[in-house]
Design a protein around this ligand. Structure first.
Ligand code: ACO
Length: 331
């Protein structure tokens, strides 16, 4: 068998949301907004905010432990840990290094990837390939974000949209009864870097007093433009993996999209000709948690038994970069 044909399965999933919830009504006491505006424009009602001293690596570790437990894999069996994040604990070392230490996974090579909301599915693709080539037996992929540390809480156009959280999955070779990843698609359009970014804190705009005062280390977004790209890219990417997997939209039990905006999700379902009831949504409770969003949604849908062994599901995401990715999975 060609190495690339070695099927890879998701063996377990986990997620974690910090304890503190922040409702739209509470946000309305901080910035000039309202539950009515946020709900009607986005579908978001609530988000979770990490505690002081609770870092991205802590959220990631909690989610990872649940995924490992469900997979029946111990941390010392892991050969790879990838954390997808745009809100790392530190610029270096990688958040994945802290997670490796927290879990006690000394055999695992550990690194981060930065692909914004698409990071979890980018990680899935890397892990799938490393398992297929025999480089590792088991991989842990995590989407984890503490976006609350990179939000300008005075900017109502962004602060109402985002939240903190983490989701994880353990991957290994597919054996009888474990399902398999059927097809993946990943893509990038570097012409659109200006539409959504955190401009400060890197080498372009280092941490100077002036840059901090201008909130350059906070997330900045041209919402309307991002919206249009999101719909087109996610529709095309989902269609690509459905076709690559040899499926029709009617074969899909559940679509799990990036959780950014209910209007984007509805537009994609419409364009894919997939009934809204077959699309998983939890953004009302968590807001947009970037790389964590699709991972948390996958774990929740799994634990709520929205699909079962043999069902075909599609994950589809979109984020800053612009980046996009999809995966068709037989569970
Ligand atoms: N509360 C009240 N009013 C607000 C708020 C708020 N929180 N935010 C903006 N407004 C006002 C604006 O000031 C504007 O007022 P004006 O007409 O007097 O100028 C009005 O509401 C309309 O603002 P728009 O920006 O045009 O609102 P829009 O309908 O485009 O919705 C939104 C904005 C929700 C951000 C939408 O564009 C969107 O969801 N875009 C996609 C974002 C997205 O998916 N991002 C995630 C990518 S993932 C990643 O990589 C992190």
């Amino acid at each position: 068998m060609n190495l690339a044909d070695q099927p890879v399965a998701i063996l377990g999933t986990g997620s974690y949301l910090p304890a503190k919830a922040l409702s739209n009504d509470e946000l309305s006491t901080i910035v000039d907004t309202s539950d009515e505006w946020i709900t009607s424009r986005t579908g978001i009602k609530n988000r979770h905010i990490a505690a002081e001293g609770e870092h991205t690596s802590h959220l990631a570790t909690h989610a990872a432990k649940k995924a490992l437990e469900q997979a029946g894999i111990t941390a010392d069996q892991l050969g790879l840990i990838i954390v997808a994040t745009i809100t790392p604990d530190t610029l270096t070392p990688a958040t994945a290094c802290y997670v490796q230490n927290n879990l006690g996974a000394p055999q695992a090579v550990a690194f981060d990837i930065s692909a914004a909301c698409s990071g979890f599915l980018y990680s899935m693709k890397i892990a799938e390939n490393m398992i297929q080539t025999g480089a590792v037996d088991y991989a842990l992929i995590i989407g984890a974000e503490k976006l609350s540390s990179f939000i300008n809480w005075k900017d109502r156009t962004t602060c109402v949209l985002f939240g903190d959280g983490a989701g994880a999955a353990v991957l290994g070779a597919s054996i009888e009864g474990t399902g398999r990843i059927l097809a993946t698609d990943i893509g990038t359009d570097g012409k659109q870097t200006h539409l959504l970014n955190i401009p400060g804190g890197g080498s372009a705009h280092p941490t100077t007093e002036e840059n901090v005062n201008q909130h350059l280390a906070s997330l900045s977004m041209q919402g309307k433009e991002v919206f249009k790209h999101a719909v087109t890219r996610m529709k095309n990417s989902a269609n690509t993996v459905i076709a690559r997997a040899g499926l029709e939209p009617s074969d899909i039990k559940l679509v799990i999209p990036h959780q950014a905006n209910l209007r984007i999700i509805d537009a994609i379902a419409d364009r894919l000709t997939i009934d809204n009831k077959k699309v998983f949504v939890n953004l009302d409770r968590y807001g947009n948690t970037s790389a964590a969003a699709v991972a948390i949604a996958l774990d929740e849908a799994h634990r709520q038994e929205k699909f079962e062994r043999g069902d075909k599901i599609v994950l589809v995401v979109f984020g800053a970069g612009m980046t996009w990715a999809s995966a068709a999975i037989e569970w």
